[in-house]
Design a binder for this molecule. Sequence first.
Ligand SMILES: Nc1ncnc2c1ncn2[C@@H]1O[C@H](COP(=O)(O)OP(=O)(O)OP(=O)(O)O)[C@@H](O)[C@H]1O
Length: 234
Amino acid sequence: MPPPFIQCRGLTKSYKKGTNTVTPLQDLDLDVPRGSFLALMGPSGSGKTTLLNLIAGIDSPTSGTLRIGEAQLERMSRSQLTKWRATHVGYIFQLYHLVPILSAFENVELPLLLSSLSRSERRARVQTALQLVGLADRAHHIPAELSGGQEQRVAIARAIVANPALLVADEPTGDLDRESADSILSLLRELVALHGKTVVMVTHDPRAADAADRVLHLEKGRLLESQSHRLTHA
Ligand SMILES: Nc1ncnc2c1ncn2[C@@H]1O[C@H](COP(=O)(O)OP(=O)(O)OP(=O)(O)O)[C@@H](O)[C@H]1O
């Protein structure tokens, strides 16, 4: 068996709040295989975003270990994490976070501007990403000229343009109608099934969680159960 792509052991995150210590994530053990789709559910304040941000290298654990691919994240400094993130993780937000004055093309190109790629290489990558999300014909539209579902597709193109192995998504369908939500979930499934991405998604929506291979429930910073081991997908 290959080693898990994501491996957490005793993962704990605490914050000091005045004289109190808040521990949104406590002693978490988790293995996620490469090329799988994991959904994280749980009540508000249960630690879902905290875990997502640790896995994305946005924040560092207080204790425990977190390995993603070859990288041992708990040993990295802030600047090492920032560098690692740029090539290894794509982040998808509930409210898309697109730059309103830039076209779809320019939004997707943003993560590549700090890379050493030439202009024509960047253009080719952006076009490929927009094609993959089905929006090649909207490249020159600004976000206000797109529907919510299309904006989220642009955000997904931006998340995959640097070809990261890992995608993390925080409520990616939370602001969408059912039909657009379903099409975003199909797209995420396609990225897993056809492109080998590993997706970790926080959601409150059981229908969204149903698109995942596995659903984990957090409560008060601890893992409750694992269910819905899906073996095949249409
Ligand atoms: N930077 C921080 N400083 C202090 N406390 C924090 C910080 N980030 C998160 N917390 C606390 O950790 C707990 C878990 O927060 P988290 O955002 O991970 O929950 P969540 O499950 O994602 O909730 P929601 O579904 O509402 O987004 C909360 O009680 C929150 O107040």
